[in-house]
Design a protein around this ligand. Structure first.
Ligand code: PEP
Ligand code: MG
Length: 575
């Protein structure tokens, strides 16, 4: 038993928990993460794969038996057909070969099957369509054996348990909330991975990117999860447990202090009013937003309703969802961001793309929506219809060029025409916003600003694309630096360009929820900030304690410094 062992990671969602560990072996997302393995590990990995094949065979045998009992012997052919696929060289030869190229078994299996499935998809013949489904099905079964019984286990966790896993999905995060988990620890992920963002919204303490968590923690171990300083302590002594329980109580008291600011405005000492809104991912979070003291919703991430289902949500379902948020937020506005699927949010079974590995540079967000009007149009219709019931701004994500924005607006206008013809009322003056998350958009945001009523800067992505550091990759988490001078210069450029177009500019990335940066953001001239509802209190307190004029002077001075070490020193003071 490892006693008092401390492991460090990234503090992803604030809070402290002490509880019994619940370890989940294997990965989370079906679309597997590529892990490079060394030559010495190859044999072990091939054996692990063979065991998974063996497990699948056994599973099929018992399936065949039950099929025979239930429907009679003449129906067991289905199980035999599956069994034949398992013996195909594709699985017995090609996957081990792929592992030998130095990758983990999950990824090797995914690569091999993906290639075959794609080639079958190109063929019109229904026979091949069916075979494609069979192969997918078998692939899922083998993957299930490789990943372990994660899904079943997660729903079995006890109150207050600390879940420890290699990686978790957005859906897992929702399950943990329902099951009142004390928190979670993952080996993978960064502070701005979407699982971390959802954990903040749901107030689930978490530490991510913890190397070796699965090797050191065993189910049943006592774990202290320190989601403030980004560490976990395994099997601590009683004294340490008592200290942390006291820390947790203090943390709760501070949160209560913030609650006292609930009805006060986010105004600086010298009277600059900042619109402090909440980020919002899921309709279940609405009560948290309502009680946080936020002025409306500055970012409604609409993708979650599309996850874990086999069909696209119907327009009416979306309409209900959006109008509920819009009505509850009145008299404030809700900024509804159109679908941003892609990157680490590619958990989408109704799109063929779900089989691709997540790519942050691929078909994501507005690109995907413009390419697939059958997905985009119902959402636009639902947002427009809901605009009749509240104060909605529609926001387009991941704009990289003004023409993308123009194309999205054109589709919006066409949708308005349709609704007019059908007699559906909507807000004729609905405001339009764009997100700046891509460096090319940042440097051409004078053109973009002329096309919209509001700009919101998504620093989670802007940082990853500016510094070339993937937001979910714990290996480069240290490089993910919101105070990078290159980024601050870009932010300054965005704010000036947007203000020149006489519109307001906000920020909705995680950077806005960290008190270290509040002064810098005020100094840069942001008019609005949108943060997780759990962070509204602390950011409001910070805003109310500083002078905007003073911060603006400090930031201007900082941006004039030409010596990098001096910049770093000044930044430290500012933070
Ligand atoms: C961002 O990129 O900063 C942002 C708010 O969008 P998301 O985190 O959903 O990509
Ligand atoms: Mg983004």
């Amino acid at each position: 038993m490892d006693k008092d062992k401390i492991l460090s990671g990234v503090a992803a969602s604030e809070g402290i928990s002490v509880g019994e560990a619940f370890v989940i072996e294997g990965g989370g997302e079906f679309c597997p993460i590529k892990i490079e393995i060394s030559k010495d590990e190859i044999k072990k990995e091939v054996n692990r794969y063979k065991e998974a094949l063996g497990g699948t065979k056994k599973e099929l045998e018992s399936f065949k038996e039950s099929l025979g009992k239930m429907l009679g012997k003449e129906h067991i052919g289905l199980a035999d057909a599956y069994r034949q696929i398992l013996d195909d060289p594709l699985l017995t030869r090609d996957v081990p070969r792929q592992i030998q190229s130095g990758v983990n078994a999950e990824y090797a299996l995914y690569m091999v099957l993906d290639k075959v499935i794609k080639s079958f998809m190109k063929l019109e013949d229904p026979y091949f369509k069916d075979r494609k489904n069979d192969i997918e099905d078998i692939g899922n079964k083998i993957m299930g054996h490789l990943l372990g019984p994660q899904k079943r286990l997660l729903s079995d966790i006890k109150d207050g348990a600390i879940v420890v896993a290699q990686n978790l999905t957005l859906n897992d995060t929702m399950v943990m909330r329902e099951r009142q988990a004390g928190g979670f620890v993952t080996e993978m992920g960064g502070k701005t991975s979407h699982v971390s963002i959802l954990a903040q919204a749901l107030e689930i303490p978490s530490v991510v990117g913890v190397k070796g968590a699965l090797s050191f923690v065993k189910t049943g171990d006592t774990v202290i999860l320190d989601g403030i300083n980004g560490k976990i302590i395994i099997n601590p002594d009683e004294g340490l447990v008592s200290n942390y329980i006291r820390e947790r109580e203090k943390f709760i008291v501070v949160r209560r202090e913030y609650e006292k600011l609930r009805d006060l405005p986010a105004t600086t000492l010298d009277g600059k009013k900042i619109e402090l809104a909440a980020n919002f991912d899921n309709i279940q979070e609405l009560p948290f937003v309502m009680s946080s003291g936020a002025e409306g919703i500055g970012l409604f991430r609409t993708e979650y309703i599309y996850f874990n289902r086999s069909n696209l949500p119907a327009e009416d379902e979306l309409y209900e969802n959006y109008s509920q948020a819009a009505r509850k937020t009145l008299p404030n506005r809700v900024i509804i961001r159109t679908l941003d699927i892609g990157g680490d949010k590619l958990n989408d079974p109704m799109l063929e793309y779900h089989r691709q590995c997540p790519t942050f540079l691929g078909l994501r967000a507005i690109r995907l929506c413009l390419k697939f009007p059958h997905i985009f149009k119902p959402q636009l219709r639902a947002i427009l219809r809901a605009s009749n019931e509240g104060k909605i701004t529609i926001m387009f994500p991941m704009i990289s060029d003004v023409h993308e924005l123009i194309a999205a607006k054109k589709m919006l206008e066409e949708t308005k025409d349709e609704l007019r013809k059908e007699g559906h009322p909507f807000d004729e003056k609905i405001k339009v916003a764009a997100m700046i998350e891509v460096p090319s958009a940042a440097m051409s945001c004078d053109f973009i600003a002329k096309e919209v009523d509001f700009i919101s800067v998504g620093t989670n992505d802007l940082i990853q694309y500016t510094i070339a550091v993937e937001r979910t990759d714990e290996m480069v988490a240290e490089l993910y630096d919101p105070s990078h001078i290159g980024l601050l210069r870009i932010l300054k450029h965005i704010v000036s360009s947007v203000h020149s177009a006489n519109i307001k500019v906000g920020i909705c990335g995680e950077m806005a929820a960290d008190t270290k940066y509040t002064g810098i953001l005020i100094g840069l001239g942001f008019d609005e900030m949108s943060v997780a509802s759990s962070a509204v209190g602390k950011i409001k307190k910070e805003i109310r304690s500083m002078s905007a004029v003073e911060m603006s002077k400090k930031v201007d001075d900082l941006l004039k410094i030409t010596n990098i070490d001096e910049i770093k020193q000044e930044l430290k003071k500012l933070m």
